[in-house]
Each structure stands twice: as C-alpha cells, then as structure tokens.
Write a protein that binds this ligand. Structure first.
Ligand SMILES: C[S@@+](CC[C@H](N)C(=O)[O-])C[C@H]1O[C@@H](n2cnc3c(N)ncnc32)[C@H](O)[C@@H]1O
Length: 172
C-alpha cells in the first residue's frame, strides 16, 4: 500500500512540474544578486499587496516580506515540489504577511494587487499580456525579470551591468 502512495506522490511531483513548464515556465531560480534590483524596480509601498506569479522556492516572497512593509505578499505556485519547498522555508521564520497558494495564476484575479512580480518565459508573457491589461488597476505595477511584456512600453528597464539580467517595470 505504502509503495503505491509513494509512486502516486512521485507521479504528482513530476506531472505538476511538467505542467508548470508547459503552462508558463519551469522552475529556474533568479540570481540572488538581482533581488535588490527587483525590489528597487517594484518600489513597494507600506500597506501594498504584492503577488509573485510562480513563486518557486519563495525567495522573492521572503525578500519582499523582509525588506518592505507590504501588507500581503502572495505567491502562486503550481509545481507540487516547489510549493512544498517554499512552504517549508516559511517554517523557519515568522512571516504572517506571506501566503502561498497552490493555484494556477492564470485563474487568479489580478485586480487586487498593487504590484505583480514574475519571471516567466516570453511565451507566457504573451499569454499573460491581455489578462494583465484587462485586470490590473490603474497605477498598479508589474516587474518582470528577464522578459518584457509584449505590446506595452516599459516605464524603466534596470540592467546593472551589461551582463546582468534586465528587470522591466510596467505601470498600468
Ligand atoms: C522561472 S520560475 C521563477 C521562480 C521565482 N519567482 C524566482 O524567480 O526565483 C517560474 C515558476 O513558475 C511556476 N509556474 C509555472 N506555471 C505556473 C502556473 N500556471 N501557475 C503557478 N505557477 C506556475 C513554476 O513551477 C516555477 O516555479
């Protein structure tokens, strides 16, 4: 019996990882050295609500919770392994403002967020563009790591050195 459960778990881990890869992006962590640039672009104000679309191991959620006064920092994650990993990381601190949802972010309502952070593929950015344009409130910001949002002019692009990854800021 236990062996069946084990195989079901392994299947779920791989199936959800595969789904995430096809849906928007496989897990690929951003560089820790770029975290300050991401937060500087986001300019998160006290009381704001922030979302990370595909939070991976939760490093952006933790950085936002530690270095800003965001009221809520919400991570969406669909890969079972990354979801569990990010939740385990939360056990090592007291971060009541962080919530991690095991949910496909394409089904989330973006209108409640002041800031959305993402590190997705160019294909996912194309898919996400109409939803963002439709749902983001006036004044809300999107910070995209590495890839631009098609059809929208970036407010600012930060690239610390010629070799570093660009971080795009969009205002709606
Ligand atoms: C490139 S990683 C970025 C991780 C993290 N934000 C970082 O920069 O370190 C993309 C993440 O999005 C997740 N993902 C992909 N498609 C998703 C979807 N439809 N809903 C929720 N999460 C998704 C993947 O499992 C992966 O962890």
């Amino acid at each position: 019996m236990l062996i069946y459960l084990f195989f079901i778990l392994i299947f779920l881990v791989f199936a959800t990882m595969l789904y995430a890869g096809f849906s928007a992006a496989p897990w690929l962590p951003s560089w820790k050295k770029d975290m300050q640039t991401i937060l500087a672009q986001a300019q998160i104000q006290p009381g704001e609500i922030v979302a990370d679309l595909g939070c991976g191991d939760g490093r952006w959620l933790l950085a936002a919770a530690k270095h800003t006064q965001a009221r809520l920092v919400i991570g969406y994650e669909i890969s079972l392994l990354m979801y569990c990993w990010s939740r385990i990381k939360l056990l090592f601190g007291n971060y009541p403002q962080i919530k991690i949802k095991y949910r496909d972010f394409y089904f989330a309502d973006f209108s409640r967020y002041d800031v959305i952070l993402c590190f997705l593929t160019p294909r996912a950015m194309r898919k996400l563009a109409p939803k963002l344009n439709r749902e983001m409130r006036p004044g809300a910001r999107l910070v995209s790591y590495a890839f631009s949002l098609p059809g929208k002019q970036a407010e600012k692009v930060a690239k610390v050195t010629p070799k570093s990854v660009p971080v795009y800021l969009y205002k709606f």
